[in-house]
Design a protein. Structure first.
Length: 338
């Protein structure tokens, strides 16, 4: 039997896709061997071409190929095996190493649908690696295929961060619409939402906030002291992406606070309904108390029961109980209404 090799949507080197970006021209597909051959040639002094290589870490051959074929700092490979933490963007010698988080390509916005992408950027190369397909990277690829013309790997990074901010904004927009519906229901006294739904939505946003909030700060630290090879136009693009992402994170914080207030309001409504139900049950129990007490006394079948020999005894007892029950009902509901 022939051996079936699983490549997780990548080639034998773990490469999912590769693009070559000649100066002023659209990006074209390129193989891993062509990239190695092009990088081995002397770098032109002006307007060098650059490459974007995207790898699947689910293919064990990806890391091995990167170590053998490319001169990448060890900090990049250390990030591949580090535990999932907050976003970071660091300068290592004359290159950049980044760890970013994003929503999975096919996620339903639940709390577990976040994965990590590892980036390496230098003047001629952008390498992205992930274990699961991410939405922002797929959007960047669609932009490359439609637009195609990019100036540098840093411009690609700026567009990737912009796509990441767009994904977060889309989550915020859908979450805000749902919160608006819940608030309208609360104002109309229609408790259609469950506390578990609000709790799940809040956990998603809090987790996204915790993972993504450090990203604008990391970008601003880089922009304060950028490497010499980053162009002025690319610095402006990164600054714009950082500002957009910072605004999206701030909106996330505001929506989390809004969700907390909605949860408190929903809890108050539930407590009010529970108290009202308990009050009604208590009143009904009190109203039935005289009838149960008299019925128990008259049902003892012992001598000396009042009105036992009277023809109008039952009517007298029934009328007395009705008057007493009516008085208790007026006292309970009338006083409560006031």
């Amino acid at each position: 039997m022939s051996k079936i090799e699983t490549t997780y949507g990548s080639d034998e080197h773990g490469l999912v896709w590769g693009y070559r970006f000649p100066p002023g021209q659209p990006g074209t597909r390129v193989s891993a061997e062509e990239v190695i051959e092009a990088l081995s040639n002397p770098e032109p002094t002006e307007n060098p071409e650059f490459f974007w290589l995207h790898f699947s870490l689910s293919n064990v051959a990806a890391e091995r190929w990167l170590r053998q074929k490319l001169d990448i700092p060890e900090s990049f490979f250390e990030s591949l095996h580090s535990e999932t933490g907050s976003t970071r963007l660091e300068q290592d010698a004359d290159s950049l190493v980044a760890v970013i988080h994003d929503v999975l390509f096919d996620s339903g916005y639940d709390a577990s649908a976040v994965a990590t992408a590892h980036l390496y950027i230098d003047p001629r190369l952008l390498i992205s690696a992930r274990r699961q397909a991410l939405r922002s990277i797929d959007e960047l690829r669609a932009e490359v295929r439609s637009r195609g013309v990019f100036r540098s790997p840093v411009e690609l990074l700026a567009h990737l961060l912009g796509a990441q901010a767009d994904v977060l904004s889309d989550i915020l927009r859908k979450s805000t619409n749902r919160v608006d519906q819940i608030e309208d229901g609360l104002l109309a006294n229609r408790l259609s939402a469950k506390r578990s739904e609000l709790g799940s939505l809040r956990r998603v946003l809090v987790r996204l906030q915790r993972l993504l909030a450090p990203e604008p700060a990391a970008l601003f630290r880089l922009l304060n002291r950028p490497p010499d090879w980053i162009l002025e136009e690319d610095i402006k693009n990164l600054q714009q992406a950082a500002e957009e992402f910072s605004a999206a994170v701030a909106d996330t914080v505001a929506l989390v606070e809004r969700l907390r207030l909605v949860q408190e309001e929903l809890a108050a409504h539930v407590n009010e309904q529970t108290n009202r139900t308990l009050f009604i049950l208590t009143v009904v129990t009190v109203l039935a108390l005289p009838i149960n007490l008299v019925a128990g006394l008259f049902g003892m079948n012992v001598g000396g029961i009042p009105l036992g020999e009277s023809v109008h005894g039952f009517s007298a007892v029934a009328v007395t109980l009705l008057i007493l029950t009516g008085f208790l009902a007026y006292f309970a509901f009338g006083r409560g209404r006031d």
